[in-house]
Ligand binder design. Structure first.
Ligand code: GAL
Length: 674
C-alpha cells in the first residue's frame, strides 16, 4: 500500500486555480494529463476565498476545480487552507498576528500571520478544517490532507501576552511547582528567583543574555505550540475522514521544530526541498535531509514541494541547468520519496512568487521548462515500481532536537561556532561519497540493527540516553562537546562527558575552542588491535590511521583518560602531545572537530564490515543508493563517470540491460532494477 491510494509514484505540484480565470483551468487539466500529473495540492492559501466572512463559506469554485481534476484522473492533496488567516479575522482580532521578541506586532499582508497560541486562530482553523472535511469527505479526488503549510517558516514563535499565558501553562505542566522550575532554570543565578507564575514570560528582548534554560524551554514550548495547531486540525480531520491520511509539509532539517515529535503525529511525512543550484554541496545536503525524512517514520515519504528551476526568495536565484530538475527529482526518489512534486504547477503572474519557476512557465509549452516537465513525468511513470520500497541502512547518525537547541543557544557557550547541521554534514558527506546508506535516529530509538552509530554531538545527554548508547552492541563514534548538560541545561556533576564518562573512558577537563582562521595539527597513531590489553599503550599496527596528520579547526578539548586508547594526539599548539581522538572498546571519541573525519570513519567502517551499496566507493560525484531491488546511480559531477555494477539488471529509465559497468553522462542517472 502506497502513501495514498494513488497507484505508483505521485507526480504533480501546488496548484492555485484561484489565481486564474476559470477558462485557464481547462487548459491546466489538459496539460496536467499530458505531463502525467496524477496529484495536485490545492487551496493552501485559500482561507480568505473559502470563508469570506465569519461562518460564510464559498466552496463553489473549489467544488468545480475538484470535479474537473477528478474528471481528468488527477487526485488532490487538499489543504485545509489555514496557512494564512483572512483579513476580516485579523481585523476583528488585532491580537491574532504574532509579536516579535522586541514586542512589535507584525502586520497583515504576507502569510502565516498568526500567533500559534491564539485561541481565535485555533478555533478558526478547526472550523474551516471541519467545513472542508464535511464538504469533501466523499469527494473521489481527495487522497491526502495537507494541514497548514510549512509550520515554522515565517512564524516560529510569538512573544505576545497570549503566548506568555500558554507558556506558563506549559511550564506548570512540566514542573508542577515554582520550586521545581526555579531549580531547573537555576534562577539563583543573576537574581531571577520567581515567586509567582505570573512573573514568567517568554524570553523577550532583555538587556543582556537571557537565561539559557528559559530559552531551551521556550524552544520546546514553541515547537509544541505549533504542533498543537497541527493537532487541533488533525483531530477534526480524523473524526470526519478517518481513512484519509494527514500530512503537513516539513522544511527539510529545520532547527525550530522537533520533527521526531511532529512525524509521530502525522500519517505521512512530506517535505519541501529547495537545494540551491548554485551551491556545490547541494546534492549532499539534500541527501541528508531526505534520509531524515525517510527515517522520521521509517517509511517512504513524499517530496511535496521542490523547485522546477529558480526560486524567488534567495538574494540571487539561479535556475537549474538542463537535466538538473530531473536529477534532483530522481535523488529524492532514491532516498525514499514516493513522489516528485513541485511548487508550483503554473507560474504566477503576480505576487511575491511571480518569478519563481513552475512546471508550466510564463512562456507556456514551447519552452525548455515544459519539455523537461513532460520528460520527467514520463520518467516518473517508468519508475512506478519503486513506490513503497524501503532502504536498509547499517549506519545511523543521531540527531536530537533538544540537544541542538541547547548547542545553539545564544550567548552562553564556550564557542558559538559549533552548528549541528554542519556537524551532521561533516560525517554524512564522507558516508554519502562512499555510497553508504544512512538513517538518522533520535536518542531512544532501537539501534540494535545498525553496525555503526555516529553521534556528531550530544551536548545535552541524559543518563537514560547514555545508558541506551552503552547498550548498543555495534561501533559507536561520539563527537566533541557531548555529555555536557542534562535536560535542564545544567552541567553534569563532575563535568563532561557526564553520563558518557564510563563509556568513553575519559574526562573532558577543559574546552579549548580554536580561534577562527587557526588550525591545529592532529597526528594519528596506529589503531590498537581489537581487545588490546593496556589502555594508553601504543597500538599494534592495525591498518588505518598511523602516521597521518589530520587538521582540527574550531574546537579542541583537554582530555584526561581513565581507560581509553589514544588514536590521535595534538601536535604543536597549546595541547601539544595530549590525546585528541580516543577509543575504548568499540567506542571512538573525538575531542576535536576534524576538517575531514574520513580517516577515522573509514577505519571504523572497515572494522565493522560496512561497504557501500555498490560494494565499492563510486567515482567522485556519483551518488549510489539502493531502494528495495532498485539501484540508483546519479551523476552529479561535471564529467562522465564509469561506474562498476555490483550485479546486472535493467535500467528502468532507458530499458537497456546493463552488466559489468555503465558510463553515466554528467547530470544523467541510471535506475537499475536488479
Ligand atoms: C515554500 C512554500 C510555498 C512556496 C515555495 C516557494 O516554502 O511552502 O508556498 O512559497 O516555498 O519556493
Amino acid at each position: 500500500m502506497g502513501l495514498t491510494r494513488v497507484p505508483g509514484l505521485l507526480f504533480g505540484g501546488d496548484y492555485n486555480p484561484e489565481q486564474w480565470p476559470e477558462e485557464v483551468w481547462d487548459q491546466d487539466v489538459r496539460l496536467m494529463a499530458e505531463a502525467g500529473v496524477n496529484v495536485v495540492t490545492v487551496a493552501v492559501f485559500s482561507w480568505s476565498r473559502l470563508e469570506t466572512a465569519p461562518g460564510v463559506f464559498d466552496f463553489g469554485w473549489l467544488d468545480r476545480i475538484l470535479d474537473l481534476l477528478h474528471a481528468h484522473g488527477i487526485a488532490v492533496d487538499l489543504a485545509t487552507a489555514t496557512a494564512t488567516p483572512p483579513p476580516w479575522l485579523v481585523r476583528r482580532h488585532p491580537g491574532l498576528p504574532p509579536v516579535d521578541a522586541a514586542g512589535t506586532r507584525l502586520e497583515f499582508g504576507s502569510r502565516q500571520g498568526y500567533c500559534p497560541s491564539s485561541p481565535v486562530f485555533r478555533e478558526g482553523t478547526r472550523r474551516l478544517a471541519r467545513a472542508m472535511a464535511e464538504r469533501y469527505r466523499d469527494h473521489p479526488a481527495l487522497v491526502l490532507w495537507h494541514v497548514g503549510n510549512e509550520y515554522g517558516d515565517h512564524t516560529v514563535e510569538c512573544f505576545c501576552e497570549e503566548s506568555a499565558r500558554d507558556f506558563r501553562r506549559w511550564l506548570q505542566a512540566r514542573y508542577g511547582t515554582l520550586d521545581g522550575l526555579n531549580a531547573a532554570w537555576g534562577t539563583s543565578c543573576w537574581g531571577q528567583h520567581y515567586t509567582d507564575w505570573t512573573q514568567l514570560a517568554p524570553p523577550r528582548k532583555a538587556p543582556g543574555p537571557v537565561n539559557p534554560a528559559q530559552v531551551l524551554d521556550w524552544r520546546r514550548f514553541s515547537s509544541d505550540a505549533l504542533l498543537a495547531c497541527f493537532e487541533a486540525e488533525r483531530e477534526v480531520l480524523k473524526e470526519v475522514t478517518p481513512d484519509i491520511p494527514v500530512t503537513t509539509n516539513f522544511m527539510s532539517i529545520l532547527h525550530h521544530l522537533d520533527y521526531w515529535k511532529w512525524a509521530a503525529a502525522e500519517d505521512v511525512v512530506s517535505d519541501d526541498a529547495y537545494p540551491d543550484p548554485a551551491d556545490p554541496r547541494a546534492a549532499v545536503k539534500a541527501a541528508l535531509s531526505y534520509d531524515l525524512m525517510r527515517s522520521l517514520k521509517q517509511q517512504p515519504w513524499l517530496l511535496l514541494e521542490s523547485a522546477p528551476g529558480a526560486v524567488s526568495w534567495r538574494a540571487v536565484n539561479v535556475p537549474k541547468e538542463p537535466g538538473v530538475m530531473r536529477l534532483h527529482s530522481l535523488q529524492a526518489l532514491a532516498h525514499g520519496s514516493d513522489g516528485v512534486m513541485f511548487f508550483q504547477w503554473r507560474q504566477a503572474r503576480y505576487g511575491p512568487e511571480k518569478f519563481h519557476s513552475a512546471m508550466l512557465p510564463h512562456g507556456g509549452t514551447d519552452t525548455r521548462q515544459w519539455r523537461e516537465t513532460l520528460a520527467l513525468g514520463a520518467d516518473v511513470r517508468r519508475l512506478a515500481g519503486v513506490a513503497g520500497s524501503g532502504t536498509r541502512a547499517e549506519v545511523a547518525l543521531l540527531l536530537d532536537w533538544e540537544s541542538w537547541w541547547g548547542l545553539e543557544a545564544p550567548e552562553s557557550l564556550p564557542s558559538d561556532r559549533l552548528r549541528l547541521h554542519a556537524l551532521l554534514l561533516s560525517w554524512y558527506a564522507p558516508l554519502h561519497a562512499r555510497g553508504i546508506a544512512v538513517d538518522l535516529a533520535p536518542p531512544g530509538r532501537d539501534l540494535s540493527g545498525y553496525k555503526v552509530v555516529i553521534a556528531p554531538n550530544l551536548y545535552l545527554c541524559t543518563a537514560e540516553q547514555a545508558a541506551d548508547l552503552a547498550a548498543f552492541p555495534g561501533r559507536l563514534v561520539v563527537g566533541p562537546f557531548s555529555g555536557v548538560v542534562d535536560a535542564a541545561d545544567q552541567v553534569h556533576a563532575g563535568g563532561p562527558p557526564g553520563p558518557l564518562r564510563e563509556l568513553l573512558g575519559l574526562r573532558v577537563e577543559e574546552f579549548w575552542p580554536i580561534p577562527d582562521g587557526l588550525t591545529q595539527d592532529v597526528l594519528a597513531q596506529d589503531v590498537p588491535a581489537e581487545g588490546a590489553p593496556t589502555p594508553g599503550a601504543p597500538g599494534r599496527g592495525a591498518p588505518g590511521l598511523g602516521g597521518r596528520t589530520l587538521t582540527a579547526r574550531t574546537w579542541s578539548e583537554w582530555l584526561e583518560l581513565d581507560d581509553a586508547h589514544v588514536l590521535a594526539r595534538y601536535r604543536g599548539g597549546p595541547l601539544d602531545g595530549r590525546p585528541a581522538v580516543t577509543r575504548r572498546g568499540a567506542v571512538t571519541y573525538l575531542g576535536c572537530l576534524l576538517d575531514d573525519p574520513s580517516p577515522v570513519l573509514d577505519e571504523v567502517l572497515d572494522a565493522a564490515g560496512v561497504t557501500g551499496v555498490t560494494g565499492a566507493k563510486p567515482p567522485a560525484g556519483v551518488e549510489a543508493c539502493r531502494r528495495g531491488d532498485h539501484l540508483f546511480l546519479l551523476n552529479h559531477g561535471a564529467a562522465a563517470a564509469t561506474v562498476p555494477l555490483p550485479a546486472s539488471g535493467t535500467d528502468l529509465l532507458t530499458g537497456r540491460h546493463l552488466h559489468g559497468s555503465v558510463v553515466i553522462a554528467p547530470r544523467d542517472a541510471v535506475v537499475l532494477k536488479l
